[in-house]
Design a protein around this ligand. Structure first.
Ligand code: ADP
Ligand code: MG
Length: 446
């Protein structure tokens, strides 16, 4: 079928010959064709309620006849007034928008807002990302997100992408890593028809509605690219186009980043994403287990959450390792047996050559002048408890060992006791200069 505007134009030409010119001018010419849906309903909009009534009473048959002649089949014509039009548009919004994009979303399917677990560590950044997805170019611009490896930055970018792709189909949106941007630019510089390819490059980036650049920290490597990016950035922002940037550190800490870019990056909203707390880690593991069908006992989920703290990718990785080991053992649901096996293997892999729990304990003993067997033993007097907690803290921090394994080293203590010691010292370092100094001195001895 031809497009609706063309069909309507042809219908009007026919109608004009069959209706008095006054009526045509008053009631017909002002009609707006709205949509022909897949059930052959043809919706047209009258200019007012009066016009709608006139059309229904006097002209509907004629319109319908002309329409049949043009389209070659019977369409059911529905006349809406303007309020009904708005209602109609609201009800059909999702259907219409989904059908408008012809290609599949270029963003990672599973990186959506729905699959992103929100907790204390990321709630603000989540809210900012969501706002930008809902109102691109209108609120925080640029949005700059930074945070450590594996904390969900790329996931959020794709979530924004997926959202805009679905709900704002008219917008041109691009996700790119800093490296891809650089390579793309450099290859246009060295192309045989240099001018043409630079123009093409600019056309590609400067006509976007939404540009997302991941891992911008690598931009320090290429000076010319910084220059180009600066102009792309300005052009987009000036035209109220949305820019979202991710980095592993805040703009002011990106090496060799030109000052003018630093200040541009800081001109919108800057947000960091923190390592998740234990509740969020547990929630993420449950989500992952559900999505990927990595079945595991609750105890296993809690155990993994307690032992992997700072990187969500690693958290998920451990769950899949544990699950696959369980399937090798012929189980459908992972149990503590697999969890413990995986973590004891990690422990061996991760020991640094010259640093071991024993060495750390020895140095702590020497510093406080206490016995090794006391520190790993059961004594509860203050002279022993403090060195023990500091040793636990250092082992956890420097060797990144699972809490359960640290518990074993300290005479089979429960991992929650270990966690308590570690957290207590972490707090004290922040609030008590004396403890901070002691820990630093021991670290230097190591
Ligand atoms: P980054 O880009 O910050 O290095 P990613 O976005 O690649 O991190 O995230 C690493 C993995 O962790 C991805 O598989 C991602 O889906 C997952 N992830 C990160 N944060 C969350 C979260 N809040 N909820 C669910 N999964 C998350
Ligand atoms: Mg990333």
């Amino acid at each position: 079928m031809q497009d609706i505007e063309t069909i309507w134009k042809q219908i009007l030409e026919k109608l004009e010959l069959r209706i008095s010119s006054v009526s045509f001018m008053l009631w017909i010419k002002t009609i707006k064709p709205l949509e022909i849906d897949e059930k052959d309903n043809f919706y047209i909009v009258a200019q007012s309620v009066t016009a709608k009534n006139q059309i229904l009473r006097n002209f509907l048959d004629k319109i319908s006849d002309c329409c049949d002649e043009i389209v070659g089949k019977k369409l059911n014509i529905t006349v809406l007034d303007q309020n009904e039009e708005i209602e109609y548009l609201k009800n059909n919004q999702t259907k219409e928008t989904v059908s408008k994009r012809e290609e599949k979303s270029p963003f990672m399917e599973k990186y959506t807002f729905d699959n992103f677990v929100v907790g204390k560590s990321n709630q603000f950044v989540y809210a900012a990302a969501r706002t930008v997805a809902e109102h691109p170019g209108k609120r925080y611009n640029p949005l700059f997100i930074y945070g450590g490896v594996g904390l969900g930055k790329t996931h959020l970018l794709h979530a924004i992408g997926n959202y805009i792709y679905e709900f704002s189909p008219q917008l041109k949106i691009k996700y790119i890593t800093c490296e891809q941007f650089t390579n793309d630019y450099i290859s246009s510089l060295y192309s045989s028809s240099k001018n043409k390819s630079i123009m093409e490059f600019r056309g590609k980036y400067r006509n976007l509605d939404v540009l997302m650049v991941d891992d911008i920290q690598f931009i320090y490597r290429a000076k010319e690219t910084q220059e180009e990016f600066f102009h792309t950035f300005n052009e987009l922002i000036m035209n109220n186009k949305q820019i979202i940037i991710c980095s592993d550190r805040p703009p002011k800490e990106i090496e060799n980043l030109e000052d003018r870019l630093k200040s541009r990056f800081s001109s919108g909203l800057i947000h960091d994403i923190q390592p998740p707390d234990i509740e969020t880690r547990i929630a993420i593991l449950h989500k992952k287990s559900q999505l990927e069908k990595y079945y595991a006992e609750d105890q296993v989920i809690n155990y993994i959450a307690e032992n992997v703290e700072s990187n969500i990718r690693e958290l998920e990785g451990k769950l899949s390792e544990v699950y696959f080991l369980a399937t090798l053992n012929g189980k459908k649901v992972a149990t503590m047996e697999e969890a413990k096996e995986i973590f004891s293997k990690t422990q061996k892999d991760e020991y640094k050559d010259d640093l071991s729990p024993e060495k750390i304990i020895n140095v702590v003993c020497e510093y406080f002048k206490v016995d090794y067997k006391d520190i790993v033993g059961k004594k509860k007097n203050k002279e022993i408890v403090e060195p023990r907690m500091i040793a636990v803290y250092l082992i956890s921090e420097l060797l990144n060992l699972p809490l359960v394994n640290i518990g074993k080293i300290f005479g089979g203590r429960d991992h929650t006791t270990i966690m308590h010691s570690r957290d207590k010292i972490t707090d004290e370092i922040k609030n008590n200069k004396k403890t901070a100094n002691i820990v630093n001195e021991i670290k230097n001895l190591l």
